[in-house]
Design a protein around this ligand. Sequence first.
Ligand SMILES: Nc1nc2c(c(=O)[nH]1)N[C@H]1C(S)=C(S)[C@@H](COP(=O)(O)OP(=O)(O)OC[C@H]3O[C@@H](n4cnc5c(=O)[nH]c(N)nc54)[C@H](O)[C@@H]3O)O[C@H]1N2
Ligand SMILES: Nc1nc2c(c(=O)[nH]1)N[C@H]1C(S)=C(S)[C@@H](COP(=O)(O)OP(=O)(O)OC[C@H]3O[C@@H](n4cnc5c(=O)[nH]c(N)nc54)[C@H](O)[C@@H]3O)O[C@H]1N2
Ligand code: SF4
Ligand SMILES: [Mo]
Length: 715
Amino acid sequence: MPINPISSPASVLKGKIPGAESGIEVRKTICSICNPLSHCGIDAYIKDGVVIKVEGSKENPHNQGTLCSKGAANRQYIYHPDRIRTPLLKKGARDSGEFEPVSWEDALDIIADRLLRTKETSGPESVAFYAGYPKWMRPFLKRFAHSFGSPNYCSESSTCSAGALLASKLNYGVAARPEIPKSKCLLVWSTNPFYSNTSTVRKLLDVMEKGLKVIEVGPLITPVTPHADIHLRIRPGTSGALALSMAHVIIEEGLFDREFIENWTVGFEEYRAYAREFPASVAEEITGVPADLIGQAARLYATTKPAGMLNGPNATVHHTNGIQNHRAITALVGLTGNFDRAGGNYVVPPAYLYVANGLVTRQQEFEQSRPWEKMPPRIGQDLYPVWCRLIPEAQAIHLPFQIRSRKPYPVRAVLSFGMNHRMWPGSDFMRDSLKMLDFFVDVDLFMTDTARLADLVLPACSSFERSELKFYPEQYVIWTHPVIKPLGQSRPDVDIILDLASRLTPGDSLMKQGYEACVDWILAPSSLKVSNLRKYPGGYPLKDVRMPPYEKYEHTGFSTPSGKMEFASTILKDAGLDPLPRYQEPKLSQHSTPQVARKFPLILTTGARLPMYVHSRTFRLPWIRRLRPDPMVDINPIDAEARCVSQDDRVRLSTQRGSIRVKANLTEVVPPGTVNIYHGYPGADINQLIEPDYLDPISGYPGFKSLLCEVTKTP
Ligand SMILES: Nc1nc2c(c(=O)[nH]1)N[C@H]1C(S)=C(S)[C@@H](COP(=O)(O)OP(=O)(O)OC[C@H]3O[C@@H](n4cnc5c(=O)[nH]c(N)nc54)[C@H](O)[C@@H]3O)O[C@H]1N2
Ligand SMILES: Nc1nc2c(c(=O)[nH]1)N[C@H]1C(S)=C(S)[C@@H](COP(=O)(O)OP(=O)(O)OC[C@H]3O[C@@H](n4cnc5c(=O)[nH]c(N)nc54)[C@H](O)[C@@H]3O)O[C@H]1N2
Ligand code: SF4
Ligand SMILES: [Mo]
């Protein structure tokens, strides 16, 4: 009988066909290369304990079998030669970059000893606990910090979504996300989910195909733009003026929700009077958006009911006027009667790790093992009291300043999970501040430039090598199983934290019970338990989860000091700040600093997401790097021509603080007068060119997306 070539042992292996014949097994896990709203389900093909192929998990309703370019490169990520394989102890000076392997026991003992000594000599607050963009270990790290007695748990959220959350809390007491499938109109205000949230875009396209009206606000042309009925191509950093101008149209034309305004808001008359200062003609001068388009957008958004507003986590708050801008933007939601209504912006509290799916958990109670009143003030609390009142973390952007000033108290030691000093504005200032610490530990998958500065580096596992709880907004949950053994001696972050907790916070009886007991404790208000979730390695649809009702404020009021939506914020007023969402020019701009603009005439916006890169993570992956090998600055052909710059020319990108050499990418994606560059390139770090104190005064957020620069051709 002829052998079927499809099933010969060699061909099943070559075709990576799972089964007894090939010895290949498919195991389920998740990708954690990008953001927590994604974390796509993965089918990992395993042969002899090694991942030989990855595919998107079809059963996972979030990604439905799809993966993006980064997810497809997961094998290059998890098996990368830069992976740290053993705990490493610094040999010689901080700068030496030389390490010697140590055992886990020794490493953990050294950390326990140093942190305990620091606590004894300088108090628990002099130890800071930091989590970078990775999220899964955060509840454990924060609880550990608080049980240790330190208020100083901080994270990358000091530059990310917490700024927008802060602004929403000032207005409404909570944040509200658009309920897009039920919307008739979507105001996409500075976000590009096609690159930043790829796994959600198929569902967005489905709604768009059904006739959703789309208004896009943002300086760049993005993949959203072809779907937009109106694109308001704003000058970076001027969102506040645009939003106030739209409010002015909506109010003066009587298109606002009178009943909601009368019953549920405070400060409307002051806000209305202030918005009068922004007639469309004035706003056109500030924002660069034609006056008639401002009117059209305002009318379309206010009269198409229901209308949702989709904001990015950071593009509106990465400005020196960011919080007030974001307040002005989100005020439009309440003004038009779209707050907490079907198809408008709906309030669903996050259940676990930023994902809202209708479940209620005890994540917050778990994290806050000691009340703030029983701990010293947080890093940044004196400068950013509003941040500290509304965001339950220290302000990480202030960390380098406090390390240096030692005021109001010294920060001597940092225990960090995934720190990338290039996240900070003035990244060299942050790097040099880390060198001033008495003791610095970094836990990471890879030997990064930040890890090289540490006294001790601990190897963490990837998502393929650990168990974690993952919720999806599609009311789906996975408790993952490790699909391969940890690489080298690497360990899951949470295990590292729990081992340190057993040495340093033995009084924390919950942490003592271990990882799964803690997760069960967090999940207690839901009916979920790890032991049940474990039975469904590919995930489990959450059944009978009731989503919260709409218009909850009718029963509970708003969780602002007045109990209402606040156009004029009581909290800002109490802090001596302007209660109205007042528009101010970015600290560096043609208008606020014309003398600087003469030398640096281009507007610099940084960090618009690229599909292939995630901050510092994917530059090292060959498949991914090939997609955009060189650091490039996007420059409009008009500006390029004026500088005799052609495609791929080497150029110098400079600000008042310094310069980097990059390639020129001529593109109309950026408007004339504005250039854009992705952040985090190891050899061309744009954050070195931004002053460390170029910050929003309310949140402490960096003005990453509106400053001044010049581009010149170099030989
Ligand atoms: N100029 C400019 N700067 C910016 C931005 C911008 O738009 N422009 N964006 C800002 C924003 S919004 C953000 S969120 C930050 C990015 O925040 P960063 O924290 O800089 O993000 P990453 O580089 O993704 O991750 C940091 C480290 O975490 C490690 N890591 C990954 N997974 C794990 C894990 O499971 N465990 C451990 N222990 N480590 C892990 C990675 O290897 C990496 O070294 O950058 C900010 N900086
Ligand atoms: N592939 C990939 N995905 C990511 C990340 C990544 O690094 N790579 N990072 C993750 C993280 S940490 C975050 S915070 C999110 C960010 O997710 P998004 O907010 O979607 O980020 P961007 O793609 O930068 O989109 C921001 C848009 O805002 C616009 N914009 C810039 N400046 C201004 C301004 O001054 N005013 C207005 N109105 N608009 C402006 C730009 O036109 C840009 O298209 O992405 C997450 N997803
Ligand atoms: S979108 Fe891509 S990088 Fe992000 S979780 Fe999914 S596969 Fe991974
Ligand atoms: Mo972010």
